[in-house]
Design a protein around this ligand. Structure first.
Ligand SMILES: Nc1ncnc2c1ncn2[C@@H]1O[C@H](COP(=O)(O)OP(=O)(O)OP(=O)(O)O)[C@@H](O)[C@H]1O
Ligand SMILES: [Mg+2]
Length: 252
C-alpha cells in the first residue's frame, strides 16, 4: 500500500503550509490552536512578496476578531521594523522556511519598511467584519443593489423599538376606526389565533415584508394571483350572502 501524501509525511509544518498565500486553504482547528496566527502570517507573507496593502482584504465575523487580527499584524510588522539582521533572518525563516543565509539585504530592508507601508497606504490594509464589508459594498453600489444612497444600517435595538412602535400604531389604528378594514382584520385574527400565533403572524409580516410588498405590487400589475384567486373565494360575497344561500338550499 502506498502511504497517502500527508502533511506529516512531507514533514511540513501544517501551519506554515496553510500560511502560504499561493495556496487556497480552508482551516478548521481547535480553539487556541493558532488559526489567527496562521492568517496573520499569510497576510505578512503576502506583504513580503510585494502585494499592495490596499489589495488585501481580511473578513472576520466579529469586530473583536477584526481588531485582534489587525493588532497582531501591526504588532508583528512593528517588531520587524526594529529587529537586527540575524533575528529578522530567523523570523523570516520561521515564517516561510526560506534559507536564512540567502535572504538578500534588500529583502530585509523591505520587510522593515512594511510597517510604515501598511500604515501609510491610503484606503489601507482592510481587516473588517463581514457586515462592514457588505455595508461598504452597498454604499459604493447603491443603484445596483437597489437601495437609497443615503441608507442607514438598522441596529438590533433600534429594530426592536421600531417593531414595538409599529404594533402600537396598529393597535391605535384599530381603536381609531373600530369598523374599518384594519380593525375587522385585526379582530378576526385576534379571535381566531391564540396570542403566540398572533405574535408569530405579525413577526412573519415584519420579517417578510419585502416579499409581501413585492407580491402586492405584482397583484396591482396583474402578474400575481390575488388572495381571492388563491382561496377561490368570491370577493363580492360576505357572511350574510353565504348564509342566505345556505338557507335557500335547505329543504324546510
Ligand atoms: N506554532 C506555534 N507555536 C507556538 N505558539 C503558537 C503557535 N501558533 C500560535 N501560537 C500561540 O498560541 C496562542 C493562540 O494562537 P491563536 O490566537 O492564533 O489561536 P486561534 O486558533 O486563533 O485561537 P482562537 O480559537 O481563540 O481564535 C497565541 O498566543 C499564539 O501566539
Ligand atoms: Mg483566533
Amino acid at each position: 500500500m502506498i502511504a497517502p501524501l500527508t502533511v506529516d509525511s512531507l514533514r511540513i509544518d501544517p501551519q506554515r503550509l496553510a500560511a502560504d498565500p499561493a495556496l487556497s486553504v480552508f482551516v478548521a482547528a481547535n480553539a487556541g490552536s493558532g488559526k489567527t496566527t496562521t492568517l496573520v502570517n499569510r497576510v505578512a507573507r503576502l506583504l513580503l512578496t510585494g502585494v499592495e496593502p490596499g489589495a488585501i482584504l481580511c473578513v472576520t465575523y466579529t469586530k473583536a476578531a477584526a481588531a485582534e487580527m489587525q493588532g497582531r499584524l501591526f504588532d508583528q510588522l512593528g517588531k520587524w521594523a526594529l529587529m537586527g539582521d540575524p533575528e529578522l533572518r530567523r523570523t523570516l525563516f520561521d515564517l516561510d522556511g526560506r534559507d536564512p543565509e540567502r535572504i538578500a539585504d534588500t529583502t530585509l530592508a523591505a520587510a522593515r519598511r512594511l510597517f510604515a507601508r501598511a500604515l501609510e497606504t491610503p484606503g489601507g490594509l482592510k481587516i473588517q467584519t463581514l457586515h462592514a464589508l457588505c455595508e461598504a459594498l452597498l454604499r459604493r453600489f447603491p443603484l445596483e443593489a437597489g437601495v437609497s444612497p443615503r441608507f442607514e444600517v438598522l441596529e438590533d435595538a433600534r429594530a426592536r423599538a421600531l417593531s414595538r412602535q409599529a404594533r402600537e400604531d396598529l393597535a391605535d389604528a384599530v381603536l381609531a376606526d373600530p369598523e374599518g378594514p384594519v380593525a375587522r382584520a385585526f379582530n378576526t385574527l385576534v379571535a381566531t389565533l391564540d396570542h403566540a400565533r398572533f405574535e408569530s403572524l405579525l413577526q412573519q409580516l415584519e420579517d417578510r415584508r419585502g416579499e409581501l410588498l413585492a407580491w402586492l405590487d405584482a397583484i396591482d400589475e396583474g402578474t400575481a394571483p390575488t388572495p381571492f384567486d388563491l382561496t377561490r373565494a368570491d370577493p363580492a360575497r360576505n357572511e350574510a350572502a353565504l348564509e342566505a344561500d345556505f338557507l335557500a338550499g335547505i329543504d324546510p
